[in-house]
Design a protein around this ligand. Structure first.
Ligand code: ZN
Length: 478
């Protein structure tokens, strides 16, 4: 009898703790928004981006597929568009397509670096509803490759700098406008700029590059738009799995062919995902956005001390972005066997694209893969890879100013740190700054996000000018 009472007491205590923690899990104070309307030439921002989109700055690992004249055309448009920037800032070109503008501040101090890239990925023209490089504007939308990724950002930074210089503004500390022309092919642009900083012992107080955006309906139960800022990004690794066999005729096969062995390895890895790692970016995000969620989710996020296994199970079952936030992901991408319908492949291969969670490395991930596959006849090799970035602090002056600029531009948005799942050029700044923030200054719907690297990339005209507003607010705080 006594035991029953003790158990009941413990259950009641558990429920009380869970419910009290849920009740106390209230929204945190938000950054102070200053939504004062900004005056600048909105039409110019639109016209200029339209002209920039008309340059086919497609980068390709095969130089024969690049059109140098288009990159030249792009570069030659800039002095006419941004005369004040060219007059006031010093332009350095540490690599063939890298553009680095140095805007001198009023005082000595660690500078700010605002990044973007102006090369774009190729298009499959026939799959687009409108031409990708003509800068067509229809129904308040500008069509074209690069409108979102990332000529829109490039334009935002340059318009803001041009406007501010023209109106007599000078930042407190130096600002660098750092643009690459080969980000999409993992080129030397951003590394050459980083090298330039290193040679001069310049350590940026803040770096802002592409990354998160203002998004809706991504965090469970949160209705308000969320401006997610990447404070770290995952690493990347392509892994190949090879199996050699004797081949032979398909009429008398062994119990498992090379394809069978590889398939078993694939299923084993899918069924045994990498172990969960609750990183700081995810913890910060759950702690901030979880407070704005529905009761059930608030209960979970307020009590991760006991509900973490439940959350992890949900992640594993659902896969997708939530799961990718919690662990190293593994996506099998290519597979090849024999070319003949009746030929057992003497050699078969498959590859996986893995995204590595902070805390793990290329090496530790490879070890997990080999251990899980557990088949000495399958050769597992890392084809290429990079470790995850360090984690930047989501606090301090730079973070406050960034948050304020965001909250003032998208007034209803919640500003939250997050873990960027893709790679950006900002990873090259890992040794230079502990304040590297990844934020694409745009509100993007799910459909719009789907056009990045896809078909029909386009940008609402209002988004173009919002991006400028954000950079005006950010720069005037620095
Ligand atoms: Zn891109």
């Amino acid at each position: 009898m006594l035991i029953l009472w003790i158990i009941l007491g413990l259950v009641a205590l558990f429920l009380a703790v869970v419910l009290i923690r849920t009740a106390l899990f209230r929204p945190l104070p938000e950054p102070k928004a200053d939504g004062a309307p900004l005056e600048f030439n909105r039409q110019k921002a639109i016209d200029d981006l339209q002209a920039l989109i008309r340059c086919r700055t497609v980068s390709d690992r095969d130089p024969a597929k690049e059109d140098d004249a288009e990159f030249k055309k792009f570069a030659e448009l800039l002095p006419g568009m941004f005369p004040h920037v060219y007059e006031t800032c010093t332009l350095y070109t540490p690599d063939r397509r890298a553009l680095l503008f140095h805007w001198k501040g009023r005082e000595e101090g660690d500078p700010t670096v605002l990044m973007a890239h102006y090369d774009v990925v190729s298009v499959v023209e026939e799959d687009w509803k409108k031409p990708a490089f003509e800068g067509i504007i229809e129904d308040g939308v500008l069509w074209g490759r690069g409108t979102l990724d990332t000529k829109g950002t490039f334009n935002g930074v340059m318009q803001a700098a041009e406007h501010l210089i023209a109106s007599g503004f000078q930042p407190l500390h130096d600002i660098y406008l750092a643009f690459g022309g080969d980000e999409e092919i993992n080129g030397n642009g951003a590394p050459s700029i980083v090298q330039w900083f290193k040679e001069r012992s310049i350590r940026p107080a803040m770096v802002v590059d592409e990354g998160g955006a203002v998004v809706e309906n991504v965090f469970p139960g949160v209705k308000r738009p969320c401006a997610v800022v990447g404070i770290a990004e995952k690493g990347l690794m392509n892994v190949s799995f090879e199996y050699m066999s004797n081949g032979g005729h398909a009429s008398a096969p062994p119990p498992h062919t090379a394809v069978g062995h590889l398939s078993a390895a694939c299923v084993r890895l899918e069924n045994h995902p990498a172990k969960r790692r609750f990183t700081r970016p995810a913890a910060e995000m759950f702690n901030l956005l979880g407070r704005h969620s529905t009761f059930l989710y608030r209960m979970i996020f307020a009590n991760l001390w006991c509900f973490m296994p439940v959350l992890d199970l949900i992640c594993k079952k659902s896969g997708g972005e939530l799961n990718a936030l919690m662990r190293t992901s593994c996506a099998f991408t290519t597979m090849e066997g024999s070319k003949g319908l009746n030929v057992i492949p003497p050699y078969a291969r498959m590859t996986a694209n893995m995204r590595i969670i902070p805390g793990e490395t290329v090496e530790s991930t490879l070890e997990y893969v080999r251990k899980t596959v557990n088949n000495p006849d399958i050769t597992v090799t890392c084809m290429d890879g990079c470790d995850p970035s360090p984690i930047s602090e989501p606090e301090g002056e730079a973070w406050e100013q960034l948050s304020q600029a965001i909250a003032s531009t998208w007034e209803n948005a919640l500003v939250s740190p997050y873990l960027m799942l893709a790679c950006s050029d900002s990873r090259h700044y890992r040794d230079l700054s502990d304040r590297v923030y990844r934020f694409s200054a745009m509100a993007l719907s799910k459909e719009e996000r789907g056009t990045i690297h896809g078909n029909d990339e386009r940008i609402p005209l209002e988004t173009i000018t919002k991006t400028v507003e954000f950079y005006l607010r950010l720069i005037t705080k620095r």
